[in-house]
Design a protein around this ligand. Structure first.
Ligand SMILES: NC(=O)C1=CN([C@@H]2O[C@H](COP(=O)(O)OP(=O)(O)OC[C@H]3O[C@@H](n4cnc5c(N)ncnc54)[C@H](OP(=O)(O)O)[C@@H]3O)[C@@H](O)[C@H]2O)[C@@H](O)CC1
Ligand SMILES: [K+]
Length: 502
């Protein structure tokens, strides 16, 4: 059994992980063996990451996460390290596998508040894992604060204590780990913020749970990584005609706000659309003409002109919103594209334009049945889904899922941990990108990339997920000083990476 499991892209919430555990035990592997394997994986990862560490403090909680801690303590002692173990309660009150692990621990068990964190080279956090269900309160929180203040590196078992595995929320006090060792598959809390920022490096350990338990569990939450959508990506076959790669259309706003459409159009072209046209109102024709070369330009003065243009069935994917302006034209154009059953990316003003009448939009999306992707940031999301946004207890993952189900289309809820959700319940959490992506026009580029993939017939969920990943990866390749204009030009490098990798 190797320590590091490939992990795969599936993410398991605590309930699903419990099922993986039960299925494995029902298949004949004892729970105590799973716990032993978990503890061994943590001990090994710790020794590899901190080879010079000699004095280890283990903080053990009241459940099975604490049980893992007793195993770690025992194995590190056997390896010749100096281990002190501090427990939240009387070890005699532990149950099941944790009680058995504690019984095999060969050293003294001290009270939690006896710890002097500065005397340890590494602290093992085995307080709470998947079972955390309420904020960490005093006196445990005080010990966590003292440990943090001492600046000793923390190795977290499964999750940094205080981080919810399901939502990434910080419940009360939480550790910031240097290394987190989790088991079988990552959990949503390892990717959703603020949890992701508390995990440090995440290692996924093989503890003997077979991959085929996933056939029964059928997880619907994923890390947004190429494995998730590699097969759905357009086939860049060499002998195709440009029309085989689709024709994307981006609607331009007026003369002074037309740059956003050009950013989206360039991104759609770089993402592989065969042709891209900017549809511009008469006032913005000249400024667009002055800036566009490979991208075509067409006058579109009102909804009836658009209706006429939609007669051309080759126009396959549309972007509406970037710099477009609010009000009636935005609504009319979106509804016209939907009634012509074309793929649509609705962003920015295109989303806000439906703030007063979201049901009109959702009904049109359902009637169209064509691929539709909404790309709101938090503020735009709250305009379209005010009740879902205001729900204090639901995670970003749940919010995006509920919104996708209600709207009947793919929803990309943007941020440092962008969530892409489909109406069938699938959701992916993205981790590519840098803080430099928070720059003017960055969202316009994203909508263009997604439209470029939709134009090539990539299904909506995969197009949105791949687009978000590629957008973030482009930013990573550029680094500091990024502006939105840089992003489309970086897409060829990203595509080359993907072709090499998949
Ligand atoms: N599943 C698997 O495949 C495997 C799982 N394994 C390991 O098991 C871990 C999950 O174990 P778990 O379910 O016992 O939960 P865990 O995180 O120990 O916490 C539960 C305890 O904490 C308590 N409690 C909760 N919140 C609290 C708070 N704020 N403040 C105070 N107390 C609080 C709660 O108390 P109660 O609510 O009953 O009062 C209960 O006693 C998992 O993370 C992994 O490390 C591995 O061994 C191998 C295979
Ligand atoms: K922990």
């Amino acid at each position: 059994m190797s320590i590091e499991q490939d992990g795969g892209v599936s993410l398991l919430d605590p309930r699903e992980m419990g099922e993986a555990d039960r299925l494995t035990i029902a298949g004949g592997l004892a729970g105590v063996v799973l716990m032993d394997n978990a503890g061994r994986a943590v001990a090994d990862a710790l020794r590899r990451s901190f080879p010079a560490a000699r004095r280890i403090a283990v903080l053990a909680g009241p459940g099975n996460n604490g049980g893992d801690g007793y195993v770690v303590g025992r194995l590190l002692r056997e390896a010749g390290l100096t281990v002190a173990l501090f427990s939240t309660g009387d070890p005699a009150s532990l149950k099941g596998d944790a009680a058995r692990a504690a019984a095999r621990y060969p050293g003294p068990v001290e009270a939690l508040d006896a710890i002097v964190p500065g005397e340890a080279d590494v602290v093992v956090d085995a307080l709470f894992g998947a079972g955390l269900d309420r904020p960490v309160s005093e006196p445990i929180a005080a010990v966590m604060r003292a440990t943090k203040a001492a600046g000793v590196p923390v190795v977290a078992v499964d999750l940094p204590s205080g981080v919810s595995g399901a939502s990434g929320a910080v419940l009360g006090e939480a550790f910031s780990a240097a290394l987190t060792v989790t088991f079988f598959r990552r959990k949503p809390g390892h990717l959703l913020q603020p949890g992701r920022g508390r995990c440090g490096r995440v290692v996924v350990a093989d503890i003997g749970i077979a991959d085929d338990v996933l056939d029964t569990i059928r997880p619907k939450t994923f890390a947004n990584e190429p494995e998730l959508w590699a097969e759905a990506r357009p086939d860049p076959s060499t002998d195709g005609h440009k029309y085989d790669r689709g024709h994307a259309v981006v609607f331009s706003g007026g003369a002074t706000t037309s740059g956003a459409a050009r950013l989206a159009a360039m991104a759609a072209l770089r993402a592989g659309a065969g042709l891209v046209t900017v549809f511009a109102p008469p006032s913005a024709l000249m400024v667009n003409a002055a800036h566009l070369t490979a991208i075509m330009l067409k006058r579109c003065s009102d909804a009836s002109a658009l209706q006429a243009a939609l007669e051309d069935a080759r126009l396959s994917a549309f972007v509406l919103g970037p710099g477009f302006g609010l009000g009636e034209p935005a609504r009319d154009y979106a509804l016209a594209v939907l009634s012509a059953r074309r793929a649509l990316v609705l962003d920015a003003d295109g989303i806000t334009a439906f703030a007063e009448a979201p049901e009109t939009l959702f009904a049109a999306i359902r009637a169209a049945g064509s691929p539709v992707v909404l790309t709101p940031h938090q503020g735009e999301f709250a305009r379209l889904f005010p009740d879902i946004a205001a729900e204090g207890n639901s995670s970003k993952l749940e919010k995006a899922r509920q919104a996708a189900e209600r709207a009947g289309c793919v929803v990309v809820l943007k941020g440092a941990d962008t969530v892409i959700a489909a109406p069938d319940g699938r959701a992916a959490i993205n981790a590519t990108g840098t803080p430099y992506l928070a720059t003017a026009g960055s969202g316009d580029v994203l909508s263009g990339v997604i439209a470029g993939l939709l134009a090539q017939k990539t299904p909506a969920f995969e197009a949105a997920a791949a687009g978000v990943w590629m957008h973030g990866r482009a930013a990573e390749l550029f680094g500091p000083g990024l502006i939105a204009e840089d992003l489309p030009g970086l897409l060829p490098k990203v595509l080359a990476e993907l072709s090499g990798a998949t």
